[in-house]
Design a protein around this ligand. Structure first.
Ligand code: PMP
Length: 406
C-alpha cells in the first residue's frame, strides 16, 4: 500500500485560508479584510520607498556577497533592532545584558523564544505561558509545540468591546511564580484593544509582585500610532523598571517596514548581567542551528540599512506615519458610514481600537453572511483588517454590516 494513504486532510489555516477564499471569489465587488497586510487606497500591496532605496543601495554595493550569516544573524541588524525597541542608550543595552538573535520574522522569534524557555526556565519551575483571550491564533500553537503549557488570561470584554482589566489582573494575579506572561506590546491582535498607560503601570507592578516573566510580542511598533517611540512605551516601561528587569522580546519588521515575505525579525532576552546574556545567546544559537542553521540575509540587510541611514530612517518614519494615518482615516470613514445608517448599538469602538484590526463583535453567522452574500472575506471571529479598506469600499462594508446585523 501507499505510505501516505492514511494521511488526513488538514484544516486550512483560519487566517491564511481567508486569502484562498478571496482569490477563489469571482464577484467584482469582493473585498479582502482577512489579510493582516497593509494595502494602499487602491488595494495594492505597498513596498516602502525607504525599502526600495535600501535594496538599490545593497544591489549596487560591490562589497556585498551571499555568504552565510552567523547563526545569530546580522550583528548590525540585531543591535539596531533592540535599540529600536528599548531606545538607544538604554541601560540594559549599555550594560551588554541583552542577548539578541535574528529570527524568521515575529513568528520565528516567538518560536525560538518559546523553545529556549521550555529548555532553560529554572528546573522545577512550571513551563507555563499565559496568553490573552483572545490572542493571535498562532501564539498557542507556537508555545504548545515548543513544549510549554498554555493558559489564558481574560482580556476582551465583549459587552464594552474594550479591555476586561479586572479580569485580566485577576487571572494574571493567580499565575504561579515564574510563569511566562505573553503581552502584545501594542495594537493587540485581533482586538485592537490596548491597556492604558496607567493600566500598563499596574500590570508591571503585578508582574513584579507575582514574579512573572514578561514576554512581549512586538509586531506593530510604529504601525499603531505612526510613532515608533510611542508604540514602544509598554516595552520600555517594563525594561526600565528597577530590578534590573528580565524579559523576552519578539520583534517583527513585517508590518512596520512592509517586509512580510522577507521574514525579518529579532528575539531579545534581557538578562541581569552581561555574563548571563552571553550564556543565553550561546544557548539561543543551539536552538537555531538544528532548525535552520542561520537566518536569511536580505530582509535583515534592508532593515539594518533603513535603520542606520539617517535619510532612509527619516523617510521610513514618514511612510510609517502615512500608513498609520490612512488606517486611522479608514476608522473615521467606516464609523461615519455606520452611524449614518443608524445601526443599533454603540460602534465607537471602531474609532477607539488601535492598529491594523478592528474586532467587530459580529457573530460567526453574521461573518458567514458577509462572505456569502456580500463577498466580504474575513476571519469568522469578526476581525476586520482596517488596512484592507479604502474610501471607496467603506460605504459598501457599512451597507453589508447593516444588512447582516438587521
Ligand atoms: N505576533 C502578532 C501579534 C501578529 O499579529 C503577527 C502577524 N500577524 C506576528 C506575531 C507574526 O508575524 P510575522 O511572523 O509575519 O512577523
Amino acid at each position: 500500500g501507499s505510505t501516505w494513504e492514511h494521511v488526513q486532510q488538514a484544516p486550512p489555516d483560519p487566517i491564511i485560508g481567508v486569502n484562498d477564499s478571496y482569490r477563489a471569489d469571482t464577484d467584482p465587488r469582493k473585498l479582502n479584510l482577512g489579510v493582516g497586510a497593509y494595502r494602499t487606497e487602491e488595494g495594492k500591496p505597498y513596498v516602502l520607498r525607504a525599502v526600495r532605496e535600501a535594496e538599490a543601495a545593497l544591489a549596487a554595493d560591490p562589497a556585498a556577497n551571499k555568504e552565510y550569516l552567523p547563526i545569530a544573524g546580522l550583528p548590525e541588524f540585531n543591535r539596531l533592532s533592540r535599540e529600536l525597541a528599548l531606545g538607544p542608550g538604554h541601560a540594559a543595552i549599555r550594560d551588554g545584558r541583552v542577548a539578541t538573535v535574528q529570527a524568521l520574522s515575529g513568528t520565528g522569534a516567538l518560536r525560538v523564544g518559546a523553545e529556549f524557555l521550555a529548555q532553560h526556565l529554572p528546573p522545577g519551575q512550571p513551563r507555563v505561558v499565559y496568553v490573552p483571550n483572545p490572542t493571535w491564533g498562532n501564539h498557542k500553537t507556537i508555545f504548545g509545540k515548543a513544549g510549554m503549557q498554555v493558559r489564558e488570561y481574560r482580556y476582551f470584554d465583549a459587552k464594552t468591546r474594550g479591555l476586561d482589566f479586572a479580569g485580566m489582573c485577576a487571572d494574571i494575579g493567580a499565575a504561579p511564580p515564574g510563569a511566562v506572561l505573553l503581552l502584545h506590546a501594542c495594537a493587540h491582535n485581533p482586538t485592537g484593544v490596548d491597556p492604558s498607560p496607567d493600566q500598563w503601570r499596574q500590570l508591571l507592578a503585578l508582574t513584579q509582585e507575582k514574579r512573572l516573566l514578561p514576554f512581549f510580542d512586538s509586531a506593530y511598533q510604529g504601525f499603531a500610532s505612526g510613532d515608533l517611540d510611542a508604540d514602544a512605551a509598554s516595552v520600555r516601561l517594563f525594561a526600565s523598571a528597577p530590578g534590573p528587569q528580565e524579559m523576552v522580546l519578539a520583534q517583527s519588521f513585517a508590518k512596520n517596514m512592509g517586509l512580510y515575505g522577507e521574514r525579518a525579525g529579532a528575539l531579545s532576552v534581557v538578562c541581569r548581567s552581561k555574563d548571563v546574556a552571553g550564556r543565553v545567546e550561546s544557548q539561543l544559537k543551539l536552538v537555531i542551528r538544528p532548525m535552520y542553521s542561520n537566518p536569511p540575509m536580505h530582509g535583515a540587510a534592508i532593515a539594518a540599512r533603513v535603520m542606520a541611514d539617517p535619510r532612509l530612517n527619516a523617510l521610513w518614519k514618514e511612510e510609517l506615519a502615512g500608513m498609520a494615518n490612512r488606517i486611522k482615516a479608514m476608522r473615521q470613514a467606516l464609523y461615519g458610514q455606520l452611524v449614518a445608517r443608524q445601526l443599533p448599538g454603540d460602534w465607537s469602538f471602531v474609532l477607539k481600537q488601535i492598529g491594523m484590526f478592528s474586532y467587530t463583535g459580529l457573530s460567526k453567522a453574521q461573518c458567514e453572511a458577509l462572505t456569502r452574500k456580500w463577498h466580504i472575506h474575513l476571519t469568522m471571529d469578526g476581525r476586520i483588517s482596517m488596512a484592507g479598506l479604502s474610501a471607496a469600499s467603506c460605504p459598501y462594508l457599512a451597507e453589508a454590516i447593516a444588512d447582516v446585523v438587521a
